[in-house]
Design a protein around this ligand. Structure first.
Ligand SMILES: [Zn+2]
Length: 444
């Protein structure tokens, strides 16, 4: 009798959390996954992976052709229903921090069988943002990197008074792989609910019915502790453009969240940088006493790059998932009457320095009140406009107001701000027109 024709599958996790709770992402840091079922659908080729993640499939009976290879984790590694994207609680919302879980994954397998000699020709996942990647290691050996769909991070319990979230906060990790973000989360009380990799793969970290500490002591639109009423999405991005697959993933998560929590409107989709947060100098105090930071120690000035200027909000606007500066709502020539007629008298005016309404005077020595009206408009959009209570117009073009102008420009005037770090606190005609348009859009 001929020797059986065998196919070897080596299965490994692309992600490791070591004893010191350090996260490692990538093939070099992988570890084997044992006890997973490996099966070629519709055939008798079926077995489970051994200690070293390897499985030997007898494929003697398989003719040349296309098949479906499916992998199913054992119960200890299998994703629970509550760990699926945007899902009801099954009463099992938590795991020990660092626990990774996987969902079953399928590959399109193409093989040839030439007189009992196996040649694996291709093994491709069904979609780009898939949960695993297969490599042909040799003609009869597949190496599969499996990506976790769940990595348990810390949470701060159920939402106070069980209020449903009304805000989705978007973040940029600042690192090139999910590993560096998880590394930050695992030892700390901070986390987010979702992490979106550069290939669009989504990793859930905290169930959305629980509070994840992704905003800390914070303030947005009159709301303190934004984390209590928001779902956080971290997007893996070191610097530069986000990928099409990431926009698709973020859009998918937000659409699912909106179905589950109708209180989330498109106006509740906000960038972390738009929210007033603790400054980094307060980190030590924050970690000791999370609620003890006074309002004036919060700032809008130190998170300009989250998600930053490379995040293209128009991708969300096209899907009806963001406020927008809709040109149809406010014609340029209507600006004349706004801001006390300031831009009518001074079409090229730019507020760039610390100045006050008292100093911005008309010929008849009465003030335009341009700064106070700017502040009220920014405040109506949710931005903090002063360092005392966030909402009272001061008539001073101070650091708080400038930061709010910078954040507005970053989001609603494409190309107006060039970098994630240098602020562009320019209040000019174009900014004023965009501001009026977004305000009217908010009222729709
Ligand atoms: Zn952030």
């Amino acid at each position: 009798m001929a020797k059986p024709m065998m196919m070897t599958v080596n299965l490994r996790a692309l992600f490791t959390v070591n004893r010191n709770r350090q996260a490692r992402w990538g093939s070099a840091e992988s570890h084997p996954i044992a006890k997973a079922t490996v099966e070629i659908e519709g055939t008798s080729a079926k077995t489970t992976t051994q200690t070293y993640g390897n499985a030997q499939l007898d494929v003697s009976e398989l003719a040349s052709g296309d098949y479906i290879l499916s992998l199913t984790p054992d119960a200890g590694n299998l994703l629970r229903p509550s760990q699926e994207h945007v899902n009801a609680s099954d009463g099992n919302m938590t795991d020990a921090p660092g626990t990774c879980r996987y969902r079953p994954v399928k590959f399109k397998l193409s093989i040839s069988n030439e007189n009992g000699v196996l040649n694996v020709k291709s093994a491709n996942a069904f979609d780009e943002a898939s949960h695993g990647v297969a490599f042909i290691h040799s003609p009869n050996q597949l190496l599969i990197d499996w990506k976790p769909d769940w990595i348990a991070c810390r949470h701060s319990g159920t939402r106070p008074a069980k209020v449903a979230p009304t805000i989705v906060l978007l973040h940029r990790t600042g690192g090139a792989t999910p590993g560096s973000a998880i590394d930050t989360f695992l030892p700390a009380p901070t986390s987010s609910h979702y992490l979106v990799d550069t290939d669009g793969h989504i990793i859930k970290l905290v169930h959305e019915d629980l509070v994840a500490n992704h905003a800390g002591t914070s303030w947005w639109n009159g709301q303190n502790r934004v984390g209590n009423v928001s779902v956080g999405i971290e997007i893996v991005n070191a610097e530069g453009d986000f990928t099409a697959a990431q926009y698709d993933a973020v859009i998918r998560i937000i659409k699912d969240l909106k179905l589950k929590y109708p209180g989330i409107t498109r106006h509740g989709i906000v960038g972390h940088g738009e929210v007033r947060v603790r400054s980094d100098k307060n980190l030590t105090q924050f970690l000791k006493q999370p609620t003890k930071i006074p309002f004036h120690d919060l700032t809008l000035e130190n998170r300009p790059g989250c998600p930053g200027v490379f995040f293209d909000w128009s991708k969300l606007e096209e899907q009806g998932l963001s406020s927008k500066a809709d040109a149809a709502l406010f014609a340029e020539n209507k600006l004349g009457q706004e801001y006390g007629g300031y831009f009518q008298d001074n079409p090229y005016a730019k507020l760039t320095n610390i100045t006050t309404d008292d100093k911005v005077l008309k010929k008849d020595k009465t003030s335009y009140g341009v700064i106070a009206s700017l502040q009220m408009d920014l405040s109506a959009l949710g931005y903090s406009i002063n360092a005392v209570d966030g909402v009272t117009a001061t008539g001073t073009y101070d650091a708080a107001t400038q930061a709010a102008v910078d954040r507005f420009r970053r989001r609603y005037i494409p190309g107006a701000v060039k970098t994630n770090t240098a602020l562009s606190p320019i209040f000019d005609r174009a900014t004023a027109i965009a501001l009026k348009r977004v305000l009217l859009d908010r009222q729709r």
